[in-house]
Write a protein that binds this ligand. Sequence first.
Ligand code: ATP
Ligand SMILES: Nc1nc2c(ncn2[C@@H]2O[C@H](COP(=O)(O)O)[C@@H](O)[C@H]2O)c(=O)[nH]1
Length: 205
Amino acid sequence: MYKHRGLLIVLSGPSGVGKGTVRKELFSSPDTNYEYSISMTTRNPREGEVDGVDYFFRSREVFEQMIQEGKLLEYAEYVGNYYGTPLDYVNETLDAGRDVFLEIEVVGAAQVREKVPNGLFIFLAPPSLSDLETRLIGRGTEASDIIADRVLKAREELEMMHLYDYVVENDEVSKACDRVNAIVTAEHCRRERVEKRYLQMLEGE
Ligand SMILES: Nc1ncnc2c1ncn2[C@@H]1O[C@H](COP(=O)(O)OP(=O)(O)OP(=O)(O)O)[C@@H](O)[C@H]1O
Ligand SMILES: Nc1nc2c(ncn2[C@@H]2O[C@H](COP(=O)(O)O)[C@@H](O)[C@H]2O)c(=O)[nH]1
């Protein structure tokens, strides 16, 4: 029996490009129908961040136990901390026919591509590397040595852009959100056509 599953949407890109900003803007709209998957991390909360809202903040021991028990869809060690996507939430939500939205870095996104090849992979790109650095400095959440690490890493991350289904430039947040929404809508239409054709063929048997 054919069962409709939700769409797994992966938004990735280098640190500081604006993934979190774009995601928050998307989720602030009442029209957004995706469910946000809250990640788990071993990094300390930033000022104002809340456990269970921004991240599940956990110790390295707990995180490593989750890895061993196969409870993460993907994970990566990023600039000294673990980040990962709890598997059960993603599976349960997709099984219920609802779309899930992941906002993750590129190593984790590559793991998701292996496990969920029919996901929708969107790379958020900065207008330039100097814009990226300016944004990280402007955010003011990292010390200058960490910012330097992230900018260095961004060069490698940009090389992975060609592995994605779409590249969206984040020149302006509202424009980037419109582009993401347009991509998701087009993908739904494509899938509906394929699904309809498939069901017609089953009926004709
Ligand atoms: N289009 C934009 N134009 C100018 N500034 C932006 C834009 N998008 C985001 N920013 C700013 O850039 C900084 C980094 O954004 P944000 O924290 O969303 O990036 P991120 O990709 O989620 O970073 P990280 O991967 O480190 O979590 C923030 O200060 C944000 O306000
Ligand atoms: N592979 C994963 N990467 C994740 C996940 N959640 C967030 N992230 C990415 O980590 C970096 C750093 O995040 P920050 O909050 O410390 O700035 C950033 O690129 C996030 O997108 C995840 O579950 N898996």
